[in-house]
Ligand binder design. Structure first.
Ligand code: NSS
Length: 420
């Protein structure tokens, strides 16, 4: 809107300054902020009275004429002749300078902050881009259950639920259900909450996170690695095109994201990862898992996300197919985000042979009875197939350049708090 145009807007009081002759109210709405000026010598008395009682975060309506003013944020202000308070806001509990724990207590109010709002907008674009990529490439979206009967990713992080006197679990992954659905739809995906009772509290673990999973029939590890990197590159590109203002508000160095806009990310094997770590002074034994610290060191070597592949089978899940030319490693892959962020995708080719899968279940000390239906998928029309899971919150965390995963999601769930 140009100089002299009339405007009416509704929003919330973001900042307020009363300098005697004029009241300056910076108004915040879903599009951004705008300064509103109520001039005591020109505005009607009721408008002035309403502006006086409008506290920080009160919801208000203002109408007037737009005027250029270099001192206003954005260079434009609204000179109001009408001003009305809708919902008052006495003593808003967040004043600035509060600590993390307090801000988590008032998360229901903190979610309106400009910084978090910028993250929600980036997250929206991430979700839109992921979905758009899949839609354009012929994938079927399906809806797997959240209440489940068996573990996908090991018993240690399972949340137990009392299901009418029987044990059930909150889903850690939709993978097994997606596997069942490829026998008709071939290329399927889902976006669901996944639950992990992680033992340690870290910057990159949530207890409830958003999991985007894909599964494809007649496909191997290479095919799925290509899809993973195309999807991530497509998403980074969309955010760089559509959310520059938000990235700048978050002070994200977008130069660091540029190289990730194109697929073709580097790949190293687990063995090569060990070699790199050794050069950096970290001596892992073959068969040790890569933890957050090791991942961080590896990310120093790359400007873009990169794959680590061919892990020792003892550190990966029983369903991963072994490399038949080297049976001690699996056809599994992780995609690690640069700048210290680490794993955002975990996936593999799946074991599709009934006998081998059965033996792996037993070898892992699991009860084949619990996996009867999953084994059935290898009895009736088994096909080579592969898939992966992408942690949406982790992807947002990296793209937005956040220090902690909790700020990638409006209401993060932690072990010691499920409030608000
Ligand atoms: O455990 S994963 O590595 N793999 C699976 O769950 C497979 N069953 C997925 C599949 O092939 N369909 O988790 C996948 C991703 C992982 O790379 C992380 O990005 C994310 O899920 N993830 C998490 N994000 C946030 N918080 C927690 N606790 C978490 N755990 C995994």
């Amino acid at each position: 809107m140009g100089e002299g145009a009339r405007a009416r807007l509704r929003g919330w009081v973001y900042r307020k300054r009363d300098v005697g002759g004029k009241i300056f109210i910076v108004l915040r709405d879903s599009e951004g902020i705008l300064q509103v000026v109520i001039d005591r010598s020109q505005a009607p008395r009721e408008a002035v009275a309403e502006a006086e009682r409008a506290d920080i975060e009160a919801s208000v309506e203002a109408a007037g004429v737009l005027a250029r003013d270099p001192r206003a944020p954005g260079g434009v202000e609204l000179r109001a002749h009408h001003f009305k308070v809708y919902g008052e806001s006495r003593n808003f509990p967040i004043k600035g300078g509060e600590g993390v724990d307090y801000l988590l207590d008032v998360r229901h109010l903190w979610v309106r902050s400009r910084r978090l709002t910028a993250v929600w907008r980036i997250r929206h674009t991430v979700l839109k881009a992921l979905r758009e990529y899949l839609e354009r490439n012929g994938w079927w979206e399906v809806s797997p259950p959240i209440l489940t009967q068996s573990a996908v990713e090991g018993g240690a992080t399972l949340f137990e639920v009392n299901f009418f006197g029987r044990k059930a679990y909150l889903s850690q992954s939709a993978q097994f259900y997606l596997e069942a659905l490829i026998y008709s739809l071939e290329k399927v995906w889902s976006l669901t909450p996944s639950f992990r009772a992680e033992r340690s509290r870290t910057r990159r673990h949530l207890y409830e996170y958003w999991h985007l999973e894909v599964e494809q029939a007649w496909a191997g590890m290479e095919d799925l690695m290509r899809i993973g990197e195309e999807m991530v590159a497509y998403t980074v590109d969309a955010v760089l095109r559509e959310r520059l203002e938000e990235l700048s508000l978050l002070k994200r160095d977008t130069e660091r994201l540029e190289p990730a806009r194109k697929p073709g990310y580097p790949r190293i094997t687990y063995d090569e990862a060990l070699e790199i770590l050794r050069r950096k002074g970290v001596d892992l034994k073959w068969g040790d898992d890569l933890g957050a610290d090791e991942e961080r060191l590896l990310t120093e070597e790359f400007e873009t996300p990169f794959y680590v592949t061919h892990f020792p089978k003892q550190i990966k899940s029983f369903y991963m197919k072994t490399d038949r030319s080297r049976p001690d490693v699996v056809l599994g892959f992780d995609l690690l985000a640069p700048e210290g962020y680490g794993e955002v995708i975990g996936g593999s080719e799946r074991e599709d042979d009934y006998e081998v899968l059965y033996a792996r279940i037993v070898e892992e000390g699991l009860n084949p009875e619990d996996y009867k239906w999953y084994l059935d998928l290898r009895r009736y029309g088994s096909v080579p197939h592969a898939g992966f899971g992408l942690g949406v919150d982790r992807l947002v965390m990296w793209i937005a350049g956040l220090d902690h995963i909790r700020d990638s999601i409006p209401f993060p769930r932690f072990r010691d708090r499920i409030y608000p």
